[in-house]
Write a protein that binds this ligand. Structure first.
Ligand SMILES: Nc1ncnc2c1ncn2[C@@H]1O[C@H](COP(=O)(O)OP(=O)(O)OP(=O)(O)O)[C@@H](O)[C@H]1O
Ligand SMILES: [Mg+2]
Length: 349
């Protein structure tokens, strides 16, 4: 039977192509186990989709398979912790967001649940509570922040840095402000990642207490790109009361946990409808989804936003509810969500 020491020695010859060092020396071989003539090597990677996965696997199989007494080699993948990944591959600082204190991504597993509505109104709620706030529309497939905030201007550049537009006290950037707003963008994974990287690196966000990031639906490349570029980004998860929406949100929560992100809270949107202020609430989309998810995951439910005609009208007309009707029930809920975000963050400092 081959000895573990011999296997590890053979693995010294397998180099990480980017770092130029042996996988053993940089700690990427997290385990070697031997049973008879079968050897199992555990390789730690940043993600299952790492482009190096098949290359390194075949190099390991070759190096270990050539040893006498080895009949089969199995390479198992383990995902590195965020700390390990940062130690090995430190990110160059993103210039544009150097002076941003906190990042808050608004996400959901599902489309159309109100992420952008929540992102815009929570950003305004934080601004009303005295914070300096930026809003990045990271929905590169269907940027809707410009429409919701009634922004029609395009972005300017100074010394190679993009300047955010200021409206309603927010600094705003969206790809919808760089091209025709009806353009449908079709980006591939690596391009998405580069594009979002640029929106953080090459936009002069300046000093901000919060940069709120409106993510596209789902667990696709943009969410992963933001998680990788901003490992300390907090996540606000939007759901609706329906059971079908919950399944997608659970999947999305799983992804953010896997990438080491902290989900700061849940927001249940379109929770109920009040035909008149004193009427019984009508629960059009069912009941209790947010609460159920909160109990299941331990993530606090920060608010239940009612269905309000003015909220939709505000979105369509470019004047968000926090501006057009700050005393409305939904606006009060947004204000309360903002207050809790500040409280949670103050407690975690
Ligand atoms: N609580 C609400 N009451 C009334 N209308 C709402 C409410 N929340 C969202 N809407 C409306 O529902 C539509 C979808 O909302 P929004 O664009 O915020 O969802 P989204 O999750 O960002 O969608 P996408 O997945 O396409 O990015 C919009 O027309 C918005 O104005
Ligand atoms: Mg949206």
């Amino acid at each position: 039977m081959v000895e573990e020491r011999v296997v590890r020695q053979a693995l010294q010859s397998v180099l990480h192509p980017k770092l130029g060092k042996s996988l053993i020396d940089i700690g990427l071989i997290s385990d070697v186990s031997i049973q008879g003539e079968s050897v199992k090597v555990t390789l730690a990677l940043k993600s299952y989709r790492s482009p190096l996965r098949s290359f390194l696997t075949s190099q390991i199989e070759k190096a270990v398979g050539a040893l006498p007494g080895v009949a089969s080699v199995q390479v198992e993948i383990a995902i590195m912790s965020r700390e390990e990944s940062e130690r090995l591959f430190p990110h160059p600082p993103l210039k544009g967001v150097e002076k941003v204190t906190r990042f808050l991504a608004v996400a959901s597993g599902k489309g159309g649940v109100g992420k952008t509505t929540v992102a815009v109104n929570v950003a305004l709620a934080l601004a009303r509570q005295g914070c300096k706030v930026g809003l990045l529309d990271a929905d590169i497939y269907g940027p809707s922040v410009p429409m919701m905030l009634g922004v029609t201007e395009t972005l300017d550049q100074v010394n190679g840095m993009i300047l955010p537009l200021e409206k309603y006290g927010l600094r705003i950037v969206s790809l919808g402000m760089t091209a025709g707003q009806n353009d449908a963008f079709i980006w591939r994974g690596p391009l998405v990642s580069k594009m979002l990287h640029n929106l953080l690196d090459q936009v002069q966000w300046g000093e901000l207490d919060y940069l709120v990031i409106d993510l596209p639906p789902g667990t696709g490349d943009p969410s992963i790109a933001i998680a990788q570029a901003l490992p300390h980004c907090l996540v606000l998860m939007v759901t609706t009361p329906q059971e079908v929406a919950l399944a997608d949100v659970r999947r999305s929560i799983g992804l953010f946990h896997k990438t080491g992100q902290t989900i700061i809270g849940l927001v249940e949107n379109m929770s109920y409808f009040l035909p008149t202020p004193s009427a019984q609430p009508i629960e059009i989309f069912g009941h209790g989804g947010g609460e159920k998810l909160s109990q299941e995951t331990g993530i606090p439910l920060l608010g239940r936003v009612p269905i309000e005609l003015e909220l939709r009208q505000g979105g369509d007309s470019g004047i968000p509810l926090m501006v057009s009707a700050p005393e409305s029930l939904a606006a009060v809920v947004f204000q309360e969500i903002g207050r809790q975000i500040l409280e949670i963050n103050a407690a975690s400092v």
